[in-house]
Ligand binder design. Structure first.
Ligand code: BGC
Length: 749
């Protein structure tokens, strides 16, 4: 690992030049392994070795630094230059809301190993060492949150090619570095995945020029233009407009500003050492008349295969589903984050605990989340089994800013349960039990840790809880002040985790562990009922507590029936507007469905008044918002200081849409057998859902015509399914196409 002898504004370039050992014959294969403390872009003889951006992403660098590996066989010449451009990234830039950064070290560094294999079997190795040279780049500032400054007058690509005189450059020095932390990527690289033109050029009431790309996205703007040398163009990004002006308050301290200085010729700028969450961009300093063609919004994200789709007869619902997809893409940038735009962008565990089932249907996230789970496990191992609020855990460096009312750091319900819920979700979606084997230590440690925190009566009370975070009835500044009792939420959540860990242990043949966790789960269930359930009424008597108690299987059959009725009643009393936060939202529609109130679930789903899932869509949202009312009905931004317009957590209902509206659910993990059970409702006359499962494509298309339901199912060859239609008995179906026409009961039609 080498570092430049000068910081060069946080964007140094490193190079080496060497002669190929041609006496060994033709080059059979050449591979470049590369990583960095910071971000790295690698070049061979002036050519980028890959399309990846933001390499090596963000992992728990203290214990794990991933390297990328590229086939560069065709780029080797007689003399070859390896060039590395560095940026600050997660290693050297700001992280979190404290205004601080560089938590992992003071110096950016690079590690590269080029392996050239010749015809005669000899391998020539070119590695980062003290013979490399370092110099400045045209990047004058870079930070993931704040943006990037590029001075095109300083662009000179000669350094990337043989023969460059690096006499004026500086040296490099070796950094102390533990090579045992180097590991290959498990998950995919981050890449550009979409480009959008300007949809509209707006002149704001104050006279500012604002571009609207028509979609809230994550990435940056590529600009191609020419103008007088030294002209400085400033681009500020934001997700929304307020009073016709750029609404930057939700970004908090993130400046999200790129600056470009023109060379006098034709310049192309692309700020690849930052990213922004934006739909709008304000342009300042443009030379002459602005032409929209000069700008392209480039969307970036981890490269994921799209596997699940859904479309219904309702345009608003379809837009909501699109918003879930866009929100996911923008927050799956190497780490599953809460939001992509403000001074946060952290791997909040509770957000992915809620959203993982939806994510696993829309895209193949097996490798992506497996990679992140390695860090979760590592952080936990170094923290007494505690699963942090965020992974990678930078809050441990923030601790001095931690509000004192949060008490000592410990595990917290829903958030820390990600350690169990996420691997379980991957197993259900893809059927590969190796994720459970790999994560079992972490899953078990989480439940044991919480078991040690339980009260004498066996419930989880007493340490800090986010609880039903962002309950719409909580005051904007106190999102944790929910209606749901925190002990109820916490005890329910850890019961679910204990149950899953017990089942996992049984599946993996770990008998002793199975007994241990089965006993913990049984104790938790008893304690939950004796402490919190009185004649079926669950303490704090609100939608979230019934939803969790029902879906997690905490109640006796009589109490469950009562709870279902009470839940439906509370939903109706709320006018079918949403009354749940992070904890209850992913489960309320399932709880209603499970207890025979699917009609009420549809009423919630189709509601348009605030707060509801469709309300943001009626306000023109193109991603899922953090708050039910991130934008208030009058178009103003929610006054809470924490207001993002791109948070996936509350989009978790899409999972229910796929299973209950669309009708595709795994009967056994990995869809080895499939449950096809669409339950039409909500006034929808059609839904079409498809999923590329590990065994092939499953698709369901249903339409209604009056009280007639037509269903067309496609299953992969060799896969069995159960077709369960409203009012009909179960039918076993096999691979290929099945069609069915049946009568809907009047209530559903
Ligand atoms: C994040 C959330 C997160 C929460 C935890 C927020 O700042 O954006 O999504 O889960 O804090 O309370």
């Amino acid at each position: 690992m080498i570092a430049p002898d000068d910081a060069f504004n946080g964007a140094p370039q490193l190079r080496t030049e060497f002669e190929t050992e041609r006496e060994h014959g033709a080059v059979r294969r050449a591979t470049l392994l590369v990583t960095a403390r910071g971000l790295v872009e690698a070049w061979l003889n002036g050519r980028r070795v890959c399309d990846d951006v933001l390499t090596p992403g963000w992992s728990s660098y203290e214990w794990r630094l991933r390297y990328a590996s590229y086939d560069v066989t065709t780029l080797i010449q007689e003399r070859t230059v390896v060039g590395l451009s560095l940026g600050k990234g997660w290693f050297g830039g700001r992280l979190g809301w404290s205004g601080k950064g560089s938590f992992y070290g003071d110096e950016l560094g690079a590690f590269a190993q080029l392996e050239i294999e010749f015809e005669d079997g000899t391998v020539q190795l070119v590695v980062t060492d003290e013979s490399w040279r370092s110099g400045p780049s045209a990047v004058l500032a870079n930070d993931l949150y704040d943006g990037q400054t590029i001075d095109a007058r300083l662009v000179d690509d000669a350094w990337k090619r043989p023969g460059f005189d690096d006499g004026g450059w500086r040296g490099v020095h070796a950094l102390e570095f533990d090579t045992s932390t180097l590991v290959p990527y498990i998950g995919p690289a981050v890449r550009r995945w979409n480009e959008l033109p300007v949809a509209e050029v707006i002149v704001s009431p104050s006279g500012k020029t604002i571009l609207d790309f028509g979609q809230n996205l994550v990435g940056w703007i590529r600009v191609r233009t020419s103008g007088p040398a030294g002209t400085e163009i400033t681009i500020r990004h934001a997700e929304v407009l307020e009073n016709g002006e750029l609404g930057t308050r939700p970004l908090r301290s993130a400046k999200a500003t790129d600056r470009y200085v023109l060379s006098g010729g034709t310049d192309e700028f692309e700020p690849t050492f930052t990213f922004h969450g934006f739909r709008y961009a304000e342009i300042e300093g443009w030379p002459g008349a602005l032409s929209p063609e000069a700008f392209t919004a480039v969307a970036i994200g981890s490269e994921l295969d799209r596997i699940g789709t859904m479309r219904t007869s309702d345009p608003l619902l379809n837009q909501f589903h699109e918003n879930v997809v866009w929100g996911m893409r923008g927050n799956f940038v190497d780490v599953p984050t809460d939001c992509p735009q403000r001074d946060e962008r952290l791997g909040w565990t509770g957000d992915i605990a809620a959203f993982a089932p939806t994510a696993a249907f829309l895209f193949d996230v097996d490798a992506f989340l497996s990679d992140w789970l390695v860090d979760l496990d590592l952080e936990q191992q170094h923290h007494d089994g505690i699963v942090g609020f965020v992974i990678p855990d930078i809050l441990k460096y923030h601790d001095r800013e931690r509000p004192t009312d949060m008490g000592p750091v410990d595990s917290t319900a829903i958030w820390s349960d990600a350690a169990v819920w996420v691997p379980w979700t991957l197993y259900q979606a893809y059927g590969d039990e190796s994720v459970l084997r790999r994560q079992f230590g972490s899953m078990a440690a989480h439940v044991r840790r919480v078991d040690s925190l339980l009260s004498p009566s066996g419930v989880w009370e007493g340490n800090f809880q986010f609880g039903d975070w962002l309950d719409p009835d909580a005051p904007p500044e106190y999102p944790a002040d929910a209606k749901a009792d925190k002990g109820v939420v916490a005890t329910a959540a850890i019961y679910r985790s204990a149950r899953i860990v017990a089942d996992t242990a049984a599946l993996l043949g770990l008998e002793e562990a199975h007994r241990e966790f089965d006993a913990i789960a049984a104790r938790l269930r008893d304690a939950f009922n004796s402490e919190y359930v009185d004649d079926g009424v669950v303490k704090s008597d609100c939608t979230t507590v019934y939803s969790l108690a029902i879906v997690f299987g905490l109640l006796s059959p009589e109490h469950e029936e009562f709870a279902g009725r009470r839940l439906a009643e509370l939903a109706e009393q709320a006018g079918y507007r949403i009354s749940t936060g992070f904890a209850g939202t992913p489960f309320i529609t399932d709880a209603l469905t499970q207890t025979g109130h699917v009609d009420a679930a549809y009423r919630l789903l189709m509601e348009k008044d605030c707060p509801s899932w469709l309300y943001p869509v009626t306000m023109g949202a193109t991603t899922v918002w953090e708050r039910w009312d991130s934008m208030l009905p009058d178009g103003s931004i929610n006054p809470g200081e924490m207001t993002s317009f791109n948070h996936y957590a509350l989009g978790a209902v899409a999972d229910w849409m796929h299973r209950v509206v669309g009708g595709i659910a795994p009967l056994t993990p990995g869809y080895a057998s499939v449950l096809i059970a669409p339950q039409p409702g909500g006034g929808l006359t059609e839904a079409e859902t498809a999923l590329e499962t590990p065994r092939g494509r499953v698709a369901v298309h249903w339409t209604t015509d009056g009280d007639q339901l037509s269903v067309e199912v496609e299953l992969p060859e060799g896969v069995e399914g159960i077709l369960r239609l409203p009012g009909e008995g179960d039918r076993t179906i096999t691979g290929g196409r099945t069609t069915s026409i049946s009568e809907l009961t009047p209530a559903v039609a």
